[in-house]
Design a binder for this molecule. Structure first.
Ligand code: HXC
Length: 514
C-alpha cells in the first residue's frame, strides 16, 4: 500500500471514529440540555470559517488507566475563525471527553491558541465546560491551570478575552474566567464554584444545590462574576456576536466605525427627568436619547444596578457609558457599583474606547454594612480608574451631584476633559436637607417653630447651592447646557478630544486598591 493510500486510510478511519464520537457526544450533551463543543464553536463563528488545530494531540499520561484511554482532542477543541468578519481565536472544552477535565496536553492546546491570539492581536473566546483539573494527572493538571492564568494576566489589556461558561467550571478553573474581560452564563447550564456542594456539606454541614451555590442567575445577579446572562445557549451566542462589534481586536486598534444614526424620537431627553427632584426615572432612557439609533448594549445588567454601564455608538464610534441609575437606591455609589464601574472604565481605557459619564446621585450609600464591606477600599477603585484613564472623558451632570459622589463620577478634578451640566443640576457638598440640619442646627433648635425655620433654611440652601452656576462660576464645569443640546455637545467634545494625548508618568505600573 502506498504511503498516500495509507495516509488516506488513516484520516478516513480517524474521521469515522470522530463521527461516532460526535454522535455519542451529542446524545450525552443533549441529555443535559447542552450543545456539543463543536456545535457551540460553529454557532458562534461565521458559517464555515472554523479552522481546527491540534485535533490529533494526545495525552501522555499513564496513571490510573489513562494509558489505555484514548481521549479525542484531549477534551478540548481549539482553532480560529471569524465572527461577523472579525478574526478570533477560540477554544471549547468538551465535557463528553473525561468531563472536559484539564490534563497537560489539554492545557498545552489552550495555551498554544492563547499565544496565537496574543501574537496575532486577536480576541480569544474561551468556552468552559469542565470538571476541573484532571484528577489522574495530578500536579501536571495544576501546572496547566497556572500556565493559563499566567497568559490570561499577560493578555489582559492587550487582547479582549471572553469567557463563556457552558457547564461546570469547578475548583481553581474559575480563575481563568475571573481574569478575563467578559463572562457569559446561561440559565440552568452554567455552574461556577470553588468548592462544590459535597465539600460544603462535609466541611460545614450545609446543604445547597449546585444551582443555588453558583448557577447562572447567582453569578449574574449576586456575585457579579458574570457580565451577561442568557436563557439559552443560542441567545448567549447572539450576545457574544453583538459584543464583538463594539470592541477592537486589540489594544493598538479602535473598534469598527458604523454609520451614524440619529436617536429615535421616542426618547425625548427633556421629558425624562420628573419635575419633582427626588422622583426616580430610568437613566437608560437618557442614554438611549443620546445614543446612535437609541441602541444601548448593557453590561452587568443584573448586578449592582444602581449604576448602569455599557456600550453605545456616537457618530458611529464605540463609547463606554457609565451612569447612575436613580431607579435603584436613588443611584447611590456603594461597594459593588464602584467595582462594576471601575473595571469597565479600565477595559475601555485599555482598548481606546472614550468614556461618557452621566451623573445623578445623592452620594455614597450610608450604613454599617457598607463600611464593614470595605466601601472605602472598593470605592477608591472608581476614583483610581477614572483618574488613570487617558481616553477622552466627557461628563454630563443631569441632576444631583453631591459630595464624594460628585467627585467620583468623573469630575473635572479627576481629569474629565469636558464637564457639562443641565440647568437642573445640583452640585454641592450634600443635599439641602442634610446641609440645613447641620449648619443651622442651633438656629433650628432655638426657634419657637423649628419645623418652619428648618423649611426656610432648606429653601435658602437650595436657592443658593442646589444649582450648576456656582460650579460653573468656579470653572469646575465648562457649560450649562439645554438638555436638548446634550448629544450635540457630547459629539462635539468627542470630536475635539479625538487626538487627545495624555502622557502617562513613567512608572512600572500603579498600585490600584485591588
Ligand atoms: C477527571 C473527571 C473530572 C476530573 C469529571 N470527570 N471531573 N475526570 N478529572 N476533575 C469525569 C468523570 O469521571 C466522568 O467520567 C465524566 O467526567 C463525567 O463526570 P460525571 O461526574 O459523571 O458528570 P456530572 O454528574 O455531570 O458531574 C459533573 C461534575 C463532577 C460536577 C463536574 O464530575 C465533579 O464534581 N467533578 C469533580 C469536580 C472538581 O472537584 N474539580 C476540581 C478538581 S481540583 P466517565 O468516564 O464516567 O464518563 C481543581 C483545582 C485546580 O480543579 C486548581 C487550579 C489553581
Amino acid at each position: 500500500m502506498s504511503l498516500i493510500t495509507r495516509l488516506k486510510d488513516y484520516f478516513s478511519k480517524k474521521s469515522d471514529i470522530e463521527e461516532q464520537i460526535e454522535v455519542l457526544a451529542k446524545q450525552k450533551q443533549s441529555k443535559m440540555g447542552k450543545l456539543t463543543a463543536r456545535q457551540r464553536i460553529e454557532e458562534i463563528l461565521d458559517n464555515g470559517t472554523f479552522h481546527e488545530y491540534d485535533l490529533f494531540v494526545e495525552h501522555q499520561a499513564v496513571d490510573f488507566g489513562l494509558d489505555k484511554k484514548y481521549l479525542p482532542g484531549d477534551g478540548v477543541i481549539t482553532g480560529t475563525g471569524t465572527i461577523l468578519g472579525h478574526p478570533v481565536c477560540i477554544y471549547a472544552q468538551d465535557f463528553t471527553v473525561a468531563g472536559g477535565s484539564l490534563g497537560l496536553a489539554h492545557a498545552r492546546k489552550i495555551t498554544k491558541i492563547m499565544d496565537h491570539a496574543m501574537t496575532l492581536g486577536l480576541p480569544i473566546i474561551c468556552i468552559n465546560d469542565s470538571g476541573g483539573a484532571r484528577i489522574q494527572e495530578g500536579v501536571n493538571s495544576l501546572a496547566g491551570y497556572g500556565e493559563i492564568f499566567y497568559r490570561n494576566t499577560r493578555a489582559s489589556g492587550v487582547i479582549p478575552q471572553i469567557s463563556v461558561i457552558l457547564g461546570p467550571c469547578a475548583g481553581g478553573a474559575v480563575y481563568s474566567p475571573a481574569l478575563t474581560d467578559f463572562v457569559f452564563v446561561v440559565d440552568k447550564i452554567s455552574k461556577m464554584f470553588i468548592t462544590g456542594p459535597e465539600v460544603i456539606k462535609t466541611v460545614l454541614g450545609e446543604e445547597i444545590s449546585m444551582e443555588d451555590l453558583g448557577g447562572a442567575r447567582v453569578q449574574a445577579e449576586i456575585t457579579g462574576n458574570a457580565h451577561f446572562y442568557a436563557e439559552t445557549e443560542l441567545e448567549c451566542f447572539e450576545q457574544i456576536k453583538r459584543l464583538v462589534t463594539f470592541i477592537p481586536w486589540n489594544n493598538r486598534k479602535k473598534a469598527d466605525k458604523f454609520p451614524s444614526i440619529q436617536p429615535k424620537s421616542l426618547f425625548q431627553i427633556d421629558k425624562i427627568i420628573p419635575e419633582e427632584p427626588s422622583n426616580p426615572y430610568d437613566i437608560r432612557d437618557i442614554i438611549k436619547a443620546i445614543a446612535d439609533n437609541s441602541d444601548f448594549f448593557e453590561i452587568h445588567e443584573l448586578w449592582a444596578s444602581n449604576i448602569v454601564i455599557g456600550f453605545v455608538r456616537l457618530n458611529g464610534e464605540t463609547i463606554g457609558v457609565i451612569a447612575n441609575q436613580p431607579l435603584v437606591l436613588a443611584g447611590v455609589l456603594d461597594v459593588d457599583s464602584s467595582v462594576k464601574a471601575a473595571r469597565f472604565i479600565r477595559f475601555c481605557d485599555a482598548f481606546n474606547i472614550p468614556l461618557v459619564t452621566l451623573v445623578d446621585l445623592p452620594g455614597y450609600l450610608p450604613g454599617v454594612d457598607q463600611e464593614h464591606a470595605g466601601v472605602i477600599r472598593h470605592g477608591a477603585k472608581l476614583l483610581y480608574a477614572y483618574s488613570e484613564a487617558t481616553v477622552p472623558k466627557i461628563t454630563v451632570i443631569l441632576r444631583k451631584a453631591y459630595g464624594g459622589g460628585y467627585i467620583a463620577m468623573c469630575s473635572r478634578h479627576l481629569g474629565s476633559d469636558f464637564v457639562f451640566a443641565w440647568p437642573s443640576a445640583e452640585i454641592a457638598v450634600m443635599g439641602p436637607e442634610g446641609a440645613a440640619n447641620i449648619i443651622f442646627k442651633q438656629e433650628i433648635a432655638n426657634a419657637d417653630n423649628p419645623n418652619d425655620v428648618r423649611k426656610q433654611k432648606v429653601a435658602e440652601y437650595t436657592e443658593k447651592f442646589a444649582n450648576p452656576y456656582i460650579a460653573a462660576a468656579a470653572g469646575h464645569i465648562d457649560a450649562v447646557i439645554n438638555p436638548l443640546e446634550t448629544r450635540e455637545y457630547v459629539l462635539h467634545a468627542l470630536q475635539i478630544a479625538e487626538n487627545k494625548v495624555d502622557n502617562v508618568i513613567h512608572k512600572k505600573h500603579g498600585i490600584p486598591p485591588f
